[in-house]
Design a protein around this ligand. Sequence first.
Ligand code: NDP
Length: 277
Amino acid sequence: MNAPRYAVVGNPVAHSLSPDIHAAFARETGLAVDYRRIVAPVDGFASSVDAFFADGGRGVNVTVPFKLEACAYCGDRISPRARRAGAVNFIAHETDGAHGDNTDGIGLVTDLARLAGGIGARLSGSRILLVGAGGAARGVLGPLLDAKPQSLCVVGRDRSKVDALIADTPAEGRGFDEIGTMHFDLVINATSASLSGDRLSLPSPIFEDAAIAYDMMYAAAPTSFMVDASAGGTRRVADGLGMLVEQAAESFFLWRGVRPQTGSVIAMLRARLADAR
Ligand code: NDP
């Protein structure tokens, strides 16, 4: 019997590690998976996914720039966490149509909980700073609030986007010029600044008390955000590789009903990134 077929859909998508991650999960669980990359034309997300499903595909992960479109594609058949995020990165093709979910938030919170546990810290009761108000921030805000922090502050350079993000939530919004004297236990970079090598102009006090500074971007070398956080006194810095693997594990679980181990997969990808330097 042929392995069930899945794919990650994006543009660009050649860089995606998702096929490697799902292949590792398949080896570890003994559940065969055929997981590929699909590069969809910028104006052709729905037709690309339609064609994949018509050809027997069972599900897709969705990456840049299609997460909002994927939400619309699934219509009413989206999970509460995807509805809250307004973005879908997971679709299961069922007999009654496409069902959307968002696994980014649980991926981040699972990785943060692992990191926090490793240094005796906790998410609950912590003061969290979330930097950025784009798609990734939308996906993680709700699950971070579910972890019951003492406070959650969102900072962004476009105040209208920050205000739209935090509307109807207990989070507070700030501009970069309004956080100069604030202290946090956890600082999360959800901007794409590291992707373009930009340095965020974050005041150093925000890092002084922090147990963890987390850059959602991942790379072979520490990002400038991680470097600044270490220099500012943060105890532990991390990039988003663990989040990527954890969101994939949640996808695998939703599709296959088995939750794969993630530690060895994170270690394998970390070693591969280091080798590629
Ligand atoms: P978006 O383009 O949707 O949002 C980017 C955000 O970054 C916007 O708020 C933007 O502000 C802000 N920004 C960009 N450059 C700067 C800068 N120099 N200073 C201040 N703010 C800046 O991207 P995503 O939200 O989809 O992705 C954000 C990051 O998260 C990326 O690095 C991505 O790789 C990572 N990511 C990681 C995942 C993982 O599994 N590890 C999953 C998803 C995302 P403005 O709106 O004003 O332009």
